[in-house]
Every structure is written in C-alpha cells, then in structure tokens.
Design a protein around this ligand. Sequence first.
Ligand code: NAG
Ligand code: NAG
Ligand code: NAG
Length: 344
Amino acid sequence: MWTTSILVLHCFATLVLAGGSGGKNRTLNQLAVQQGLHYFGSASDNLSGSWDDEPYVDILLKSHEFGQITPANAMKWGLVETQRGVYNYTGGDQLVKAGKKAGMVVRGHALVWHSQLPDYVGTITDAATLHSVTFAHIKDEVKHFKGELIAWDVVNEVFEDTGGMRETIFYNLLGEGYIAEAFRAAHAIDKHAKLYLNDYNLEFADAKWETAVSFVQGLVDSGVPIHAVGFQGHLLVGQVPTVETLVKALSAFTDMGLEVAFTEVDIRMEMPFTDDKLAQQAKDYQTVVEACLAVPKCVGITVWDFSDKYSWIPGVFPTQGAALPWDENMQKKPAYGGIVAGLT
Ligand SMILES: *[C@@H]1O[C@H](CO)[C@@H](O)[C@H](O)[C@H]1NC(C)=O
Ligand SMILES: *[C@@H]1O[C@H](CO)[C@@H](O)[C@H](O)[C@H]1NC(C)=O
Ligand SMILES: *[C@@H]1O[C@H](CO)[C@@H](O)[C@H](O)[C@H]1NC(C)=O
C-alpha cells in the first residue's frame, strides 16, 4: 500500500513536471487535440521565400507543432486566376502536398474576398459579368481542391467595421444574395469541406458582430449550407476582449448549430517590444485559447504565420509588430507559453 502510494505519487509528479506528456514535451497541436480541438494550425506559404529558410521549415513542417496549415496567399483569387479563365494552382498544390506529407490537414482560404483580386475583376461594372466571373472562379477552385481540404473560407470580410454589410464590388453589383449562392455553389461541388464565413473584429460582440449574427442566422434559417464562422483574431496586445466576451461572441454562432474557429490569430503591439508587452501578449494568447476551449464547437485555432519574421503586420501597420508566438530568430516567445498555459 505504502509502496503503491509512493509509486502513484511519483508518476503523478512526473506527469505534472512533464506537462502530462510522460517525459516528452507536447507540441501545440498535440496539446490542442488532447483538449478536444481538431487542430492547432498556422498560415504559411511557399511564396515569400520562407520555405527556403531551413529553421523556419523545421518548425512548420517537421516539429509537429501544427496539425493544420492555411495558405496565407496561395489560394487567393489574385494568385490562382490572374487572367480570366486561366488557372494556376501551383502554389496551392505545393502547399497541400507539403502539408499532407507533414501530417497536417489543410484549410482553403479564400474564395470570394474584395481584396487581392485580379485587375480584371476590379474593372467589371455590370452584374451579369461579375456574376459569371465569380461563380466560374468558385466552381473551378473548389473542384480543383475537392477532397484535399477540411474547410473553405467561402466569403471573407463581408461586414462593415461599424456594422452593416461591407460595400464591396460584389455587394454593390450582386446584392447580398451572392453570399448564399456562393455557399450553395461550393457545397454542390465539395460535400465534405466545412464552409466558413470568415471575418475580423467579430471578437468584440459589438455592432459588427450583431450584423454578423443576424445575417448568419438568416442563412441558417434559409437552409444555406454554411457550416461555420471563422473569427480571424487579428488583435492588439492589452486590447483583447475578456474570455467572457469572446465566449459570448463565439456562442451566438454555435447556438445556431454552427462550428466556430479562430482562423488568423496574431496579437500585435506598438514597437519596440518590451518584456512587459511580451508578458501581456502571453496573457492575451492564453485568453483566446481559453475562450475557444470553453466553447464546445470551437474546433481549432490558427495563427497567421508563426514567426515574426514572416508576419504581414509591419507591412500594413508600420509602427506595430511582434504579433506571433515565435520571434524573428525562430525562438519561442512568452506568447508560446501563454498558448501552452491555455491548452493545459
Ligand atoms: C521541455 O521543455 C523545457 C522547457 O521549455 C526544456 O527545458 C526541456 O529541454 C524540454 N524537454 C524536451 C524533451 O524537449
Ligand atoms: C504559377 O504560380 C506559381 C506560384 O505562385 C508561380 O511561381 C508561377 O510563375 C505561375 N505560373 C505562371 C505560368 O504564371
Ligand atoms: C518551394 O518553392 C520552390 C520554388 O518554386 C520549389 O523549388 C520548392 O520545391 C518548394 N518547396 C516545397 C516544399 O514545395
């Protein structure tokens, strides 16, 4: 009895010290799966030169930190169909192949988005042409990747920041009905991919989120094959909503029977970074992870690339950066520990 207790205590202590892994540290994806998520993933691409960077590729494709990969750019309309009707899936095919080889599932991103469009789309001024071009694009791309993807971001960023529908070329010429039609067109071709509406700043449960909730409820009520809502999660250090607010924001959609996921997480800060900002960032990442785990149908978390070396942030917000869990030298930051803390 006495010996058994010692043995039990010893095993318990070993497990606690090793993070429950029996001696080996678990990766983010292994911890996520252990908690019931489908994956912990990263965006990446073989377009920026990052895949020639050996320390980077070691983490992306060899470390098992990620169980899912999302193409940062390679499946966007502006890259796959630069001329109307001429498709180039080289980048997306490479990503699918590399991801599968590394044991990762792949999310498709994104079929219809008002940004990074080919030039010929932006100059269209009549509904009939835009409709025909848009649905030809959706059908060709979904068909090409059919069977390879667990999910598609069917429409991306369709709501205005202050609420209401975003006045994109698609909305202005086709009306909001193109969104339901896009889901139907994608589902008619690929019955297995989970179809997402993906947007940012839904995390705050404010006016933009209210628009999203009522719009998505309308799609669900009309039997549109929408399966999930993606919360991009492009957030700012120290300005991340509380777990409670995030759970409220996510649950509005899971209450409709949909899945949710954090699809593009990064948490940026004013540069230069300091130890205090990095410590706050660790807490902020932990908050996002805890919120996802608190919502049973939150299926996964994806960071929008994992190393600050390849983040899109400084290019778009020149005074900001350091948004990701690995630094520019591929070293884990406190944010990595924040994610682990959230996952354990
Ligand atoms: C586990 O992580 C700790 C802390 O980061 C590190 O010191 C240790 O070397 C790691 N062990 C293994 C087996 O990777
Ligand atoms: C097709 O796409 C790949 C990857 O973006 C690019 O390297 C290649 O030049 C493209 N091919 C053509 C014919 O445009
Ligand atoms: C990345 O792209 C380069 C250049 O197109 C290619 O030679 C290389 O094989 C690609 N890497 C992978 C893993 O697909």
